[in-house]
Ligand binder design. Structure first.
Ligand code: COA
Length: 333
């Protein structure tokens, strides 16, 4: 095991909408049923925004993480917000969260790596911390996937929910830390939700540009479920194996793996490939569904609060999703 300059997670927070949508609720709007959804995905319920903006949950999760760390928002030197469902093109979600926290000054930036956003965010924060420019970094992952979910498409709508979760990080020397982040843009068409089109008064309307992407259906998310499934069952074990190799540990030495909560079957397949017992997988997908970048810190929050994850445990966060992006971080909690 290699010891290096890493991070200490000094606080955790979470905020989710109150509205709960069960599999039976979905059976009322599309042709589906609890048995199909449970067997194919492991999902039972999700939380759905009742109209509160995405930053509202992000800021609540952030405030809890800051308080849990025994800090005030003024102590935070950097805010990174992972989201693919921001409320505005500008301002960033991170700036809105900073405003809700009642502070000014520290840099605030959004990153969009879809479901890998939290892993990328922790990796980036660690690099800022290692430079010594800042003492504490806040990484918030907040998502309202309900904004671009097509509730007439039974193969996607049953998967997604809304949630936010956050961690406060500080630099820690002589500790276990490694990261592996990667992307495969050739898979961009497999998970896509369209932003605004290029419309302006100077355009030559006869000119068209072929984007080589799926035909957008409004702003709704389009998914090639089978391609994403294939990608995910390789990306998850690849990312864990690479991050472990960099840290000179074997995946079975990990005390807990906190995977992106996309589908229980993806996680089971990956666990088999890694020769890691399912007992080590920290899951709350049944309760929250797939909440993109928020799913890893949300499951981590439950793991920590329930006592399942303890100080000193070797943990691995592993994400995969739109982009296509994937990545893992190994650290000592
Ligand atoms: N309820 C009932 N039947 C459904 C259904 C639903 N919610 N969704 C799809 N079906 C049907 C299909 O129409 C199909 O019917 P047909 O055989 O009559 O055509 C049948 O179930 C099988 O569909 P298929 O797409 O082969 O199912 P699947 O086992 O591949 O499961 C997913 C579909 C979406 C659950 C699965 O592909 C998946 O999890 N992919 C990865 C998605 C993901 O993780 N996305 C986020 C990544 S970050």
């Amino acid at each position: 095991m290699i010891k290096t300059t890493g991070v200490r997670i000094c606080g955790t927070g979470r905020a989710v909408p109150e509205l709960v949508a069960s599999n039976d609720d979905y059976a009322k709007i599309v042709d589906t049923n609890d048995e199909w959804i449970t067997q194919r995905t492991g999902i039972k319920t999700r939380r759905i925004s009742n109209g509160e903006p995405n930053y509202y949950f992000g800021a609540k999760a952030a405030a809890e993480a800051v308080a849990d760390a025994g800090l005030t928002a003024a102590d935070i030197g950097l805010i990174i917000c992972a989201t693919c469902t921001p409320d505005y093109y500008t301002p960033s979600e991170a700036c809105l969260i900073q405003r809700e926290l009642g502070v000014t000054g520290c840099p605030a930036i959004d990153i969009n790596c879809a479901c890998s956003g939290f892993v990328y965010g922790v990796d980036m924060a660690r690099r800022y911390l290692a430079c010594g420019d800042i003492k504490y970094a806040l990484v918030v992952a907040t998502e309202e996937l309900s904004k671009f979910t097509d509730y007439s498409d039974r193969s996607t709508c049953i998967l997604f929910g809304d949630a936010a979760a956050a961690v406060v990080l500080e630099k820690r020397d002589d500790t276990l830390f490694s990261s592996f982040t990667a992307a495969d843009g050739s898979g961009a068409p497999y998970l896509a939700a369209r932003a605004l089109h290029t419309i302006n008064p100077f355009r030559d309307e006869s000119f068209t540009y072929e984007m080589d992407m799926p035909e957008p259906h409004g702003h709704f998310l389009l998914q090639d479920g089978k391609e994403v499934y294939k990608f995910a069952t390789n990306a998850l074990p690849t990312a864990v194996a690479n991050a472990c190799e960099k840290a000179c540990i074997s995946p079975d030495e990990l005390d807990a793996v906190i995977p992106h909560q996309a589908n229980v079957r993806i996680i089971e397949t990956a666990a088999k490939k890694l020769h890691v017992s399912m007992d080590k997988m920290v899951l709350n997908i049944a309760e929250y569904g797939n909440t993109s970048s928020a799913s890893i810190p949300n499951a981590f929050y439950d793991g920590v609060r329930s006592g399942r994850i303890k100080r000193g445990d070797k943990v691995c966060f592993v994400g995969f999703g739109g982009g296509l992006t994937y990545g893992a971080v190994v650290l000592e909690y």
